[in-house]
Design a protein around this ligand. Structure first.
Ligand code: ATP
Ligand code: MG
Length: 663
């Protein structure tokens, strides 16, 4: 990506300074950037004081065997102790750790830090009784229920790395992850509640266990099953055990062992937006420091008064870093919600914010665009005045979605933190600091203190302000991945070989005239149209800025004339859906094409626009453009196993043959 990718988006002139009361009370002040730059390792050594070490570390970073990092060398700690015991020991046992909200009405649980500690200890004793020892892997396949957090912390307490697999994934996806990391135990539930009805989980696990058994007999020794819905499930007495039979009967006392800072904490498979999932390994000390530090800085956490809610499913990394390890290490009160935002009505999230007086709220652009599509009047019915700060993660937030979020959820006075990071980075890397950095709609702004990011051209030179290229991280950071599970070579090749000595993120980015960073989509998604390099993010944002559009996905499809040409898949807002019918949508499609030409230039005008009811997304809500490219190029659709809803692709492929409107 070069100069051509720079167009209207980064000319965005709207910007929002932090509200004065935020600045006055902010956890991090403006000097943090310079202080950290002057002594990066000193900065992280200081941040490491946030957590409790059993043995202090002797060296902050050992990078002699790069890219294999060792952080906080010689230090020992227990992650679960940091998340629960120490808060109880500090006298905060009665403080609420989790306001858990089930999907069915009135199905709530209030869990204090003492309750959480007891439950984690019981689960640790139970899992130990099943023969799990330090270093053994445990797969967790649970809905968004408190036991999911308890299971993660119990594994961490024993030094048994967990791998959490989305409750929505198929038996194949679960089996391949269990095999890849060699999990001996699977923790699951009979089912969970989603979209107003119980859905089953256990049958998928049974199917997965059979698949694993066929390939690696005896690998899975036990399946621990939480009773959530009470639905009938098959039970194999040789390996299945009810959670309530074992955990509830175990002792609430368990002495945590201190592990080396580099002891594996978990393996998380990436969401699979671009290809075969990779088992990303995170270790204990650096990870905990990285997430506790950034959670405090980016969300300006005030542990005494905040009610914090991150809507991410624990099955993806945001749930790990910013629903479990970061917030619990920081001792905050959180909200956890089991179900979907439209159950039993489309205002469910706003109702939860109103009822529990949520102060800090963190969600994904895909959700925000869905709410835009549903209409402004829905959040307007609720009192959202408790909110102080809003966060966004997972994709670039289109400027239009940012403005909507700011106005309709944030009442025009909450700073918005657009946080760029990855499963691999473990912690937020690029984001405004809410009491320091101004926000610009569509920009993630700056690398956080202690983090160094840059944008490079093809030759590996740092691009000047006003130009685009490849996003890299030029220095190691505490929560960085340590390797790809079982595949050091792939780790080196994927992340450390494109630009020697630097971490290659795989995302395109540009620096605006102030040097602030704009994410432009995956490097693979950048397209070349008649020699001009165009960003998918940019064309999508142009489409979303049209009042009739709720969501858009753009891909570059092969084109005889121009090399590649943009093809757009568009979801209309509910208020505009009539426009997509009748004439097959021809009028609205023309309007949208002209709109893109006006916003970016004729070169970016999509050659084909399809009005679709849904877009293919991963369970974490990211658009899988690779599948859309298959459709746009008339190929059989590739591996779709990580899709949240596989029927979406059938709908889109079918639509392709009926509502084609090509220019
Ligand atoms: P895979 O690596 O398996 O293809 P994935 O990259 O979607 O899956 P994640 O680690 O969950 O898996 O996502 C990280 C990616 O999400 C980033 O590389 C970036 O493309 C995108 N992303 C996350 N946050 C932001 C943000 N604030 N702005 C722009 N892009 C973002
Ligand atoms: Mg990725």
């Amino acid at each position: 990506m070069t100069e051509d990718a720079i167009s209207n988006l980064a000319n965005e002139t709207r910007h929002f300074d932090p509200p004065a009361d935020f600045v006055a009370k902010a956890n991090v002040t403006a000097t943090a950037y310079d202080d950290a730059k002057a002594d990066r390792l000193g900065y992280w050594a200081k941040e490491a004081e946030r957590i409790s070490w059993a043995t202090p570390f002797t060296e902050v970073l050992d990078w002699t065997n790069a890219p294999f990092a060792k952080w906080f060398v010689g230090g020992t700690l227990n992650a679960s102790y940091n998340c629960v015991d120490r808060h109880v020991e500090a006298g905060n046992g009665d403080k609420v750790a989790s306001h858990w909200v089930g999907e069915p009405a009135d199905d709530t649980r209030t869990i204090t830090y003492s309750d959480l500690k007891d439950e984690v200890c019981r689960a640790a004793n139970a899992i130990e009784e099943l023969g799990i020892e330090k270093g053994d892997r445990v797969a967790i396949y649970l809905p968004m229920i408190p036991e999911a957090v308890v299971a993660m912390l119990a594994c961490a307490r024993l030094g048994a790395p967990h791998t959490v697999v989305f409750g929505g994934f198929s038996a194949d996806a679960l089996a391949s992850r269990v095999i890849d990391c060699g999990a001996k135990l699977i923790i699951t539930a009979d089912g969970g509640y989603r979209r107003g009805a119980p859905s089953a989980l256990k049958p998928t696990v049974d199917e997965a266990v059979a698949k694993v058994e066929a390939q690696q007999s005896g690998l899975v020794e036990n399946v621990l099953v939480v009773k959530r819905t009470g639905q009938d499930v098959a039970f194999n007495d040789d390996i299945d055990i009810w959670w309530h039979d074992l955990v509830d009967e175990s002792s609430p006392d368990h002495t945590p062992e201190a592990f080396d800072a580099e002891h594996p904490l978990y393996v998380m498979y990436t969401s699979g937006t671009t290809g075969q999932p990779k088992g990303i390994l995170h270790t204990t000390g650096g990870y905990l420091v990285g997430v506790a530090s950034t959670h405090s800085a980016v969300f300006d956490v005030k542990a005494e008064t905040d009610v914090y809610w991150c809507t991410a499913d624990i099955g993806w990394v945001t749930g790990h870093s910013y629903s479990v390890y970061g917030p619990l290490t920081n001792g905050v009160t959180q909200v956890m919600y089991e179900g979907t935002p439209d159950s039993p009505h489309k205002g469910r999230w706003w109702e939860i914010i109103q009822d529990l007086k949520v102060t800090k709220f963190y969600t994904a652009p895909t959700a925000i665009r869905t709410f835009m599509k549903w209409g402004d009047e829905i959040p307007a019915k609720f009192d959202l005045s408790s909110l102080l700060l809003l966060g966004s993660v997972g994709e670039s937030i289109n400027p239009e979605a940012y403005m909507w979020y700011r106005e309709h959820i944030g009442g025009d006075n909450c700073p918005i933190v657009d946080t760029w990071w990855q499963t691999e980075t473990g912690q937020i890397m690029i984001s405004p600091l809410p009491g320091v950095t101004s926000g610009k709609p569509g920009s993630a702004m700056k690398a956080l203190p202690g983090i160094s990011a840059d944008v490079l051209d093809d030759a590996g030179e740092s691009v000047p302000n006003g130009s685009g290229g490849y996003l890299v991280l030029t220095e190691p950071w505490p929560a960085m991945l340590r390797t790809i599970w079982g595949d050091d070579e792939r780790f080196k090749k994927t992340y450390w070989s494109r630009f020697p000595g630097m971490y290659f993120a795989g995302d395109g980015a540009k620096k605006d005239n102030d040097g602030d960073i704009w994410l432009m989509g995956r490097v693979d998604d950048v397209m070349n149209v008649s020699g001009h390099r165009l960003s998918t993010t940019e064309i999508e944002s142009a489409l979303v800025s049209h009042p009739k559009v709720a969501e858009a996905a753009v891909v570059g499809a092969n084109d005889e004339m121009t090399g590649q040409a943009p093809v757009a898949f568009v979801i209309l807002r509910d208020s505009a859906t009539g426009d997509g019918q009748g004439d097959g949508g021809a009028a609205v499609i023309k309007e949208l094409r002209d709109h893109v030409a006006k916003e970016i230039g004729a070169i970016a005008k999509p050659k084909l626009i399809m009005i679709v009811p849904e877009l293919p997304k991963t369970r974490s809500g990211k658009i899988m453009r690779r599948l859309l490219r298959d459709v746009a190029e008339n190929r059989a659709v590739g591996d779709a196993t990580t899709l949240a809803d596989s029927s979406v692709m059938d709908l889109i492929s079918a639509g392709m043959n009926t509502t084609k409107d090509e220019e």
